[in-house]
Design a protein around this ligand. Structure first.
Ligand SMILES: NC(=O)c1ccc[n+]([C@@H]2O[C@H](COP(=O)([O-])OP(=O)(O)OC[C@H]3O[C@@H](n4cnc5c(N)ncnc54)[C@H](OP(=O)(O)O)[C@@H]3O)[C@@H](O)[C@H]2O)c1
Length: 269
């Protein structure tokens, strides 16, 4: 797939997440000439010009990659640069399209995304949502996100939070689960290094296995758990009424509550 960033382009904030996207685009040979990273630290980003303030320019593409809590500070200074052919892409969790439209009334199109860290390896999930019926802008952004992994459009804005709670937060959840399994291995006599490395490799290997076979996670679990075998006993604990599902439901509920709180704080300002 070929895709180009509309230029001039600004990446406003380029920390963990926007940096991971840049890594994925770099691996896709995206052209970064006429792209600028704008961040207060001025910390360099390989092969992209980095600035500490907005240049005297009207960008055609602006990606918001800072924390949602920074919107109030950043929007008033950024807004005068936004013109009727500027596409804004926002990864700000909880900041709705209508809040963004209030802050950037002149923008050509506002497109929300909720990427996850594996975009760096082009194995990401990047849901997209827009209320602006601008097919050209939407196609351009979909092309760019498609370079980084699975990039589905959301019909309703709520879906971006729901998908984000699974895929954007998901690397942290899967990582925590692998850590817990590693710790359990230590309890059973393995060295910490060995236990954590085999737990991590099992997570990586399970993903690779599922990707290669096309099997669902349910099928993968069934394949491992032979009747009356050892894994079946372990799964019975996870599948019990006090097991994994109620815990995961509470986990996602807590994350989605925070999305609501961020949106509410942004609406108040
Ligand atoms: N991390 C994830 O997995 C993930 C997933 C989905 C969505 N997101 C969203 O991605 C956004 C960034 O998260 P992150 O984890 O990448 O945070 P981060 O690593 O802390 O990066 C934040 C970036 O914002 C920049 N910044 C701070 N103040 C700024 C200002 N006044 N003007 C311009 N840039 C400014 C920082 O610049 P300096 O580097 O110069 O300090 C930094 O580059 C958040 O809105 C979050 O909701 C994150």
């Amino acid at each position: 797939m070929t895709a180009a960033i509309p230029v001039p382009a600004w990446l406003v904030g380029c920390g963990n997440m926007a940096g991971a996207m840049v890594d994925g685009w770099r691996a896709s040979a995206v052209d970064f000439s006429n792209v600028a990273v704008i961040r207060p630290s001025g910390a360099p980003v390989e092969s992209i010009r980095t600035l500490t303030d907005y240049p005297d320019q009207q960008p055609r593409f602006v990606m918001l990659g800072f924390k949602p809590q920074k919107l109030d500070e950043i929007a008033p200074r950024l807004e005068p640069h936004i013109e009727s052919d500027t596409i804004i892409v926002s990864m700000l969790a909880g900041i709705t399209a209508s809040i963004l439209r209030q802050r950037f009334p002149n923008a050509r199109a506002i497109i929300r995304i909720m990427p996850n860290l594996p975009v760096a390896q082009r194995q990401g999930v990047i849901p997209l949502y827009s209320e602006d019926r601008d097919d050209q802008a939407c196609d351009a952004v979909e092309g760019l996100m498609g370079l980084l992994g699975l990039a589905p459009w959301c019909e309703h804005e709520d879906q971006i939070a729901a998908i984000g709670a699974i895929s954007a937060s998901g690397p942290a959840y899967f990582a925590r689960f692998a850590e817990a399994i590693g710790r359990a291995g230590v309890t059973h006599g393995l060295s910490s290094t060995l236990a954590h490395s085999i737990a991590a490799q099992t997570l990586i290997g399970t993903g690779a296995f599922a990707a290669a076979t096309g099997e669902s996670m349910g099928e993968v679990a069934r394949r491992v758990a032979s009747p009356k075998g050892t894994t079946e006993q372990g799964l019975a604990v996870l599948d019990g009424p006090e097991g994994l599902q109620p815990l995961v439901d509470r986990m996602l509920g807590a994350a989605l509550k925070r999305v609501e709180e961020l949106a509410e704080a942004a609406r108040r300002n």
